[in-house]
Design a protein around this ligand. Structure first.
Ligand SMILES: C[S@@+](CC[C@H](N)C(=O)[O-])C[C@H]1O[C@@H](n2cnc3c(N)ncnc32)[C@H](O)[C@@H]1O
Length: 379
């Protein structure tokens, strides 16, 4: 018995070492890819950085996007729009902030009383984003800085000085697909969020589990195709770590331009998906509720499009399931709803997801969205 335990420990240790050495070689490859190999988003081999948002962009986000310096937008490598509603006063962390486009938009939207932290592991990205902090502070008319960029790994947020339970919102745009150890990254995001906080992020997803052979190709890694998660695995992973069910906000097909890469990826298809996911207090999912939206979320006077399947019209009461009731009750949106808890038991209390409503591929099919025109700047 003792031998078996020792053997299992040794195997687990070896597996850990393998993951660590794979992580560090992937990190070096990705740093090189984004730090020196790609000059602008036109150098990417897919349309990822050009996908049109599959839902209307809020007016304030559009205006903030237009104010971002063109040099910052040129090096935008994201695959979605990671700008949730109601950010005034929030503290927001951007995992893998790159040239800082999303951070500067967020800087405008959190206002002078909020704070934005951009985290990236690549020196060139940190240096180039830092160069534009003052430009945006002046553009937004802020008397003090509300944005910082820190060098670090999203797998080790405490090493980068990010405290547990300190953030209202964590965003990320096309970064988690570049990392081999997604469980660690998602667990770190969970730790640093406050209770009621939100993880709102866009990423590349695969239509099936990506074959291991893809992981040996540096370009497939750099483009996010080797590390893309099979979209169904995201849902299990989030629930396992303690997050709510992911709610899909937007989805677009990704087109691989390069014929050589097309051949390599074969029948694996890719889509970008934007999900919103919440860190809820323990045991807060209780019963269904009747909720009426008050029309108070900025930019959403008539209707709050919470996700692709929940659209709350102002002053129109609707019944929601137990998990949605817990989300509306325990997050920054709690003051925007009148909520009456119902006695009717929710047979699906644990929030067991209905997968078909969560696929970025199905949502993209439904909305007919893939590339229409490049929209890096919202202009
Ligand atoms: C595809 S780019 C996206 C950049 C940015 N989010 C945007 O939308 O333009 C990926 C960025 O994530 C950073 N990155 C990748 N893996 C990382 C990790 N494990 N920790 C921190 N940054 C990482 C890279 O250095 C790169 O700047």
């Amino acid at each position: 018995m003792k031998h078996v335990t020792t053997l299992l420990r040794t195997l687990a240790f070896q597996r850990k070492l393998q993951t660590l050495s794979m992580s560090s070689s992937v990190h070096e490859n990705v740093k090189n890819y984004y730090g020196s190999r790609l000059e602008t988003s036109d150098d990417l081999q897919t349309n990822a950085a050009c996908v049109m948002p599959s839902r209307p962009v809020a007016k304030s986000a559009c205006e903030a996007l237009k104010q971002v310096h063109p040099d910052v937008c040129k090096r935008y490598f994201g695959c979605g729009l990671v700008i949730p509603e109601k950010l005034e006063g929030c503290t927001v962390l951007d995992l893998g902030s790159g040239s800082g486009r999303d951070c500067f938009v967020l800087s405008k939207l959190v206002g002078e009383s909020g704070q934005v932290i951009g985290l990236d592991m690549t020196d060139e990205m940190i240096v180039s984003s830092q160069k534009y902090i003052q430009y945006h502070q002046e553009k937004f008319g802020y008397s003090k800085l509300n944005t910082v960029f820190v060098k670090g790994y999203m797998e080790k947020l405490s090493d980068a000085g990010i405290q547990n339970n300190s953030l209202d919102v964590v965003v990320s745009n096309c970064v988690i697909c570049l990392c081999p150890d997604k469980r660690t990254v998602i667990s770190e995001a969970y730790k640093v969020l406050k209770e009621g906080g939100e993880l709102y992020y866009s990423d590349i997803y695969a239509s099936k589990v990506v074959p291991d052979s893809f992981k040996e190709d540096p370009v497939l890694w750099g483009e996010g195709m080797a590390g893309a998660l099979y979209w169904r695995d995201l849902i299990a992973l989030m629930k396992d770590i303690g997050f709510s069910t992911p709610h899909i906000v937007a989805g677009s097909h990704i087109v691989v331009h390069n014929p050589e890469l097309q051949k390599k990826t074969g029948d694996v298809k890719y889509a970008s998906g934007t999900y919103r996911i919440f860190k809820l207090p323990q045991n807060s999912i209780k019963s269904k509720a009747l909720v009426a939206y008050k029309g108070t979320v900025p930019d959403c006077a008539d209707c709050f499009e919470f996700d692709a399947s929940h659209s709350f019209k102002t002053n129109v009461p609707v019944e929601v399931d137990a998990e949605m009731a817990a989300i509306l009750k325990n997050t920054r949106f709690s003051t925007d709803f009148n909520i009456t808890m119902l006695d009717t038991p929710d047979l699906n209390q644990s929030g067991t997801p209905q997968y078909c409503h969560l696929s970025p591929f199905l949502l993209a099919d439904k909305l007919g969205s893939s590339v229409k025109q490049c929209s890096k700047t919202g202009r």
